[in-house]
Design a binder for this molecule. Structure first.
Ligand SMILES: NC(=O)c1ccc[n+]([C@@H]2O[C@H](COP(=O)([O-])OP(=O)(O)OC[C@H]3O[C@@H](n4cnc5c(N)ncnc54)[C@H](O)[C@@H]3O)[C@@H](O)[C@H]2O)c1
Length: 452
């Protein structure tokens, strides 16, 4: 089929475009970012995602994938046009729909024949209807037939390509049988369950999914605090909890909390939507509050380890990306940590395998290290912020030699406490200080075997 993607050099638009081209469709990715489009035309990806560059090059070679800054090329004669532009949080927390509505307005005059306009961007319920109205008002003089479909995206950065080809489900919010048939044809061959519903339900489903994931993270973080207090172990608790099929193990990792481009802003947008419809959420504000608390918990841990005040102390951060496998730092915990610690007068050294530059306001607050050892040179504490696997593979004896004090706070519970202690570190994670009850040798034996 012939497909156009508006926002086609972004995370969602690019992965969708390159993926659909691999599936045999002819795809034109359009974006207003001319530099990114130039890079893509030469076969270079502007974002880091495993397998994405290969997919782009394959699409270009096969002449099934095209990149342009010309909107008309991504709309004219296309059977499906995706809108995959950003929907950041507006100042009041609502989703800022400006980019979506601009795309709708500008694509309208280029529509010919029958087209499905599919909303991939995460948008509040009612947005598909709004987009339909905007398009209707801006059609060309000859008019055109079109339908708007809500088709929210669930891919995760870091595993976006895999998620595209093997989605857990495809959600379609359709309002006409014709649009339904077109979308079924587009997604035939994915083998994923289809949830076909009305547009408002599809739009709300995306927010509900993100809210629930955030809820799981904040829940396990509360349990981690309790583990610390009662001397229990969060890893074993997670297994005991998450192996229950009704609960599941995913998104039950205790640590410094969630970040990234979506969860926080989608939670806010859902809260504002709920308020607007007279059903304010009691739960979601607490999910965000617990998440914010994690940074305070980190500051307390630091103070416990290296003493107060933190002013003038050198602290190294391992990891800047909001999660492993991506170079995305949008709303990353690292940025919140930098802001918070710099406010305490801490001197920060940072290292990330992929992220070498931060937004300018953060650049002024840090110095970049070249590798995991060099960044820790002279540091009084090291905080593991992103769960990059390479951090689990460093030579910890060498690391200890580099540091002024061997203190590590593991914001992702990635490292093994026993190994860290053996290497001479003072080590703290989230909810892992628990040991079996004193005077219970059986528990000691059991604890060892469970954790092995
Ligand atoms: N990033 C994720 O992991 C993810 C996952 C699921 C859903 N989403 C949702 O998908 C949407 C896009 O997110 P993203 O992370 O891909 O954003 P992004 O910022 O990476 O990409 C958006 C792209 O849209 C382009 N754009 C903006 N206005 C445009 C216009 N008028 N015409 C053409 N291009 C335009 C931008 O230049 C940018 O390249 C958001 O609503 C987001 O919430 C994101």
């Amino acid at each position: 089929m012939k497909v156009g993607i508006i926002g086609g050099s972004g995370y969602v638009g690019l992965v969708t475009g390159a993926g659909l081209a691999r599936k045999g469709h002819e795809v034109v990715c359009m974006d207003i970012e001319a530099e990114k489009i130039r890079l893509l035309q030469r076969g270079h990806s502007p974002i880091h995602e495993q397998g994405l560059t290969e997919l782009i090059r394959e699409g270009l070679r096969a002449e099934r994938l095209f990149f342009t800054t010309e909107l008309a090329e991504a709309v004219r004669d296309r059977e499906v046009v995706f809108i995959a532009v950003g929907t950041p949080a507006a100042e009041d927390g609502n989703a800022d729909l400006n980019a979506v509505l601009t795309a709708a307005r500008e694509l309208a005059p280029h529509l010919r024949g029958y087209t499905v306009v599919a909303l991939k961007s995460t948008v509040p319920p009612g947005s598909s209807h709004l987009v339909k109205q905007v398009i209707s008002r801006h059609l060309g003089p000859a008019g055109a037939e079109f339908d708007v479909v809500a088709n929210p995206e669930f891919l995760r950065e870091g595993t976006a390509v895999r998620d595209f080809f093997y989605p857990d489900r495809i959600v379609l919010g359709v309002s006409t049988p014709k649009a339904h048939r077109v979308m079924l044809r587009l997604y035939s061959g994915f083998g994923a369950p289809m949830v076909v519903t009305d547009p408002a339900t599809a739009e709300l489903t995306k927010y509900a999914a993100n809210a629930f994931l955030a809820l799981k993270i904040s829940f396990i973080n509360e349990m981690a605090r309790l583990c610390e207090a009662v001397g229990a172990n969060i890893h074993d608790l997670r297994h005991g909890l998450g192996t229950d099929r009704r609960i599941g193990l995913g998104h039950l990792h205790a640590g410094i909390g969630f970040g990234g481009p979506c969860l926080h802003k989608d939670l806010l947008a859902l809260m504002r939507t709920a308020e607007r419809y007279g059903c304010p959420s009691k739960l979601l504000a607490d999910v965000l509050a617990v998440n914010d608390d994690q940074i305070e918990f980190l500051v307390q841990q630091l103070q416990k380890m290296i003493g107060r005040p933190l002013q003038g102390k050198v602290v190294a951060l391992w990891g800047l990306a909001f999660k492993a496998g991506t170079s995305d730092t949008r709303n990353a915990p690292s940025l919140r940590i930098i802001r918070r610690l710099a406010g305490e007068g801490v001197r920060l050294a940072v290292y990330d395998p992929l992220v070498k530059v931060l937004p300018p306001e953060y650049e002024a607050l840090v110095r970049h290290g070249e590798d995991p050892y060099q960044v820790a040179r002279g540091a009084e504490a090291l905080v593991l912020v992103t769960e990059w696997p390479e951090f689990g593979e460093v030579d910890f004896f060498r690391l200890r030699e580099e540091m002024a004090r061997p203190c590590v706070i593991d914001g992702r519970n990635l490292l093994l406490p026993a190994v860290m202690e053996r290497c001479g570190f003072q080590y703290a994670g989230w909810g892992i200080s628990g040991r079996p009850t004193a005077g219970c040798p059986e528990a000691q034996v059991l604890y060892g075997s469970v954790s092995a």
